[in-house]
Design a protein around this ligand. Structure first.
Ligand SMILES: [Zn+2]
Length: 229
């Protein structure tokens, strides 16, 4: 058994009372109170080694190789295998946990990769539209609210939005997250139909209908870096 410690970034803070370990952007971060004994920190890392390795390898697997090269893409709590076949048209179809991509033999060789990306994005957008519509329907009934329209967007820096006319928009990348995380975002945006801000009342409403809110926000913060094609 190897006793080698994983590499880590160390940050001292005078405000801290205890040591915190977190995995972010594929790295282990250690936040410790100023003056904390280095040997003590290393002991703690040693004790938590299994937890660290598990989470590091999960994140590294995602960050190191692109989905498309790995021929598998995340889809909520599962992974879909990409099966690429030559055909007469460019289209996709889902069969169990396989996403079939048919590529036209008339595509130029150098545009094959572009077509794969295009079909995979179309697949996510289509699935996201279906899932969010159905989810909003269900949650708004539970919350006694009424939205006007559900849209799926390719947001770069947000997970969802709600405008004053009651249109809810969601980032398709949420389909790469576990379902309970995407469910939280639905409740969050619906709650904006009542409060157009992030006030205390807003968060009270969110947590009334979703007990995973804090956990889901943390999950998104820690995982957003790999959630793209
Ligand atoms: Zn918000």
């Amino acid at each position: 058994m190897s006793s080698e410690l994983p590499a880590y970034q160390l940050k001292f803070s005078a405000k801290r009372r205890s040591i915190q370990l977190k995995i972010q952007s594929g790295q282990l971060w250690v936040c410790a109170p100023t003056g904390c004994d280095l040997q003590f920190i290393q002991q703690l890392i040693q004790q938590k080694k299994d937890w660290i390795h598990k989470h590091l390898s999960q994140q590294q697997q995602y960050t190191e190789a692109g989905w498309l090269e790995q021929r598998q893409i995340p889809f909520f709590d599962d992974k879909l295998q990409l099966k690429i076949v030559q055909d007469s048209v460019n289209q996709f179809s889902l069969d169990g946990d396989c996403l079939w991509l048919q590529l036209s033999s008339r595509n130029k060789a150098q545009s094959q990769q572009k077509w794969i990306e295009k079909l995979v994005s179309e697949f996510y957008l289509q699935q996201a539209q279906l899932w969010f519509e159905q989810q909003v329907q269900q949650e708004q009934q539970r919350m006694s609210l009424q939205s006007r329209e559900v849209r799926v967007c390719n947001f770069k820096a947000k997970w969802g939005s709600c405008d004053s006319s009651g249109v809810l928009s969601f980032n398709w990348r949420l389909l790469m997250a576990p379902q309970w995380v995407a469910q939280y975002v639905v409740v969050h945006e619906l709650a904006h139909l009542v409060y157009m801000n992030h006030s205390k009342s807003f968060w009270t409403l969110v947590s009334k209908f979703n007990s995973d809110a804090a956990k889901a926000r943390l999950w998104l913060k820690q995982n957003q870096h790999w959630m793209q094609l």
